[in-house]
Design a protein around this ligand. Sequence first.
Ligand SMILES: Cc1ncc(COP(=O)(O)O)c(C=O)c1O
Length: 461
Amino acid sequence: MSPRPNSLAARDAAFHLHGYTNAQKNEQEGGFVITRGKGIYVYDENGKEYLDGMAALWCSGLGFGEEPRLTQAAVKQMQELPFYHTFTQKVASVTVELAEKLVNLAPVPMSKAYFCNSGSEANDTVVKMIWYINNGLGRPQKKKIISRTKAYHGVTVAAASLTGLPGLHIDFDLPIAGILRTDCPHHYRFGNPGESEEDFATRCAESLEKLILREGPDTIAAMFAEPVMGAGGVIIPPKTYFAKIQAVLKKYDILLVADEVICGFGRTGNFWGSQTMGVTPDIMTMAKQLSAGVLPIAAVLVNQRVYEALRDNSAKNTVFGHGITYSGHPVCAAVALETLKIYEERKIVDRVRALEPVFLRELQRFREHPLVGECRGVGLVGAIELVKDKATRQSFDASLAVGPNLVRIAHNHGLIIRAVGDSLAFCPPMVISEAEVVDMFVRFEKSLADVAEWLKRDGHL
Ligand SMILES: Cc1ncc(COP(=O)(O)O)c(C=O)c1O
């Protein structure tokens, strides 16, 4: 359907290039233009209301447009010091405060915070830090980095290479050299028939160890892992997984980088996903809910051991030759600090924990549905995976685009969710109420019914 002439959708088609979008389709149909938000709802240019079941890309933990405090924090900072940088030992006072706050909030002892503008940039920065410190430590061969199939770590050159989704590599000449891929810890998809979660976790750890031994432990520097894999389909690792994986990494002196870009700041029912999943990282990256998505800011936390290696190499080289103009931008830092205060005052972690049983109950309601293979969730993040055959777990033919079609149909029912293949992801603002959680799944139920009807009508079932 082509957009109304002169509508924002038509202007979007004419002037705007989107990420993660079929450009040809957008040229024909125009964008899905959001003009305002309130609470957990957003509104399109025709005034239609949508419950944003994805908190706008896992970001808007506090919802939309109801945070005058964040606005005030930004305005105050803009009036006092709208910009300063962090090169050559300079820094805005508010950036120092945020660094201290994040180091103190870390789930395990961390030493220093480094700021970036996006999760991708944070992960790219970590890759460079790891290469840098291993050169400094006199082990230039220890550089390879392990990541997992279906991992999502972003789109910049190193981060996209870490991402384990083929769509981010095809025609981009990625991944770069030195990235190793290990198993995706998705029991439903990759567990053997009859294999327990624990046995599957053991198998993942054994497979990781084999990979390390095959490549040579002294060639491998680090492994990246999201505590709960988000954009790969909301994949919650099997019981005992991280304990077993971490034992292997420790044995071969391989650093663990926890990518908390989605899991951080309460999403999984603890302040950090690492706490929920028993991860003890050496390095952490975070973004998104750090500022409730209101301004772009990301951070890297490094522990003392990593920091000391970096410090010593920077002294040898006279500087740590890495820096981003907007790193630690004071306005973003002020908004992030205020966001963290709001999370504390509103006891956001307790809130997520209180809502978790309702969220999981509503999610699991679909377990018996003939098109549903798996319902998985933790805290306030989850997914429902659709299958053609429940017994064999056979997926639908990808060309049917069942998940993306459901997302489109959900718009008719006033719901925004995200498809990862045929898994539909839910990640509502953490300020959602119990009744709104129920309503979100009622809207999903209607969308699923429409999809079932379409598949039946066209003979795909
Ligand atoms: C776990 C994870 N890491 C990194 C990123 C990349 O963040 P950004 O899109 O801010 O570059 C994302 C984005 O969704 C993510 O989910």
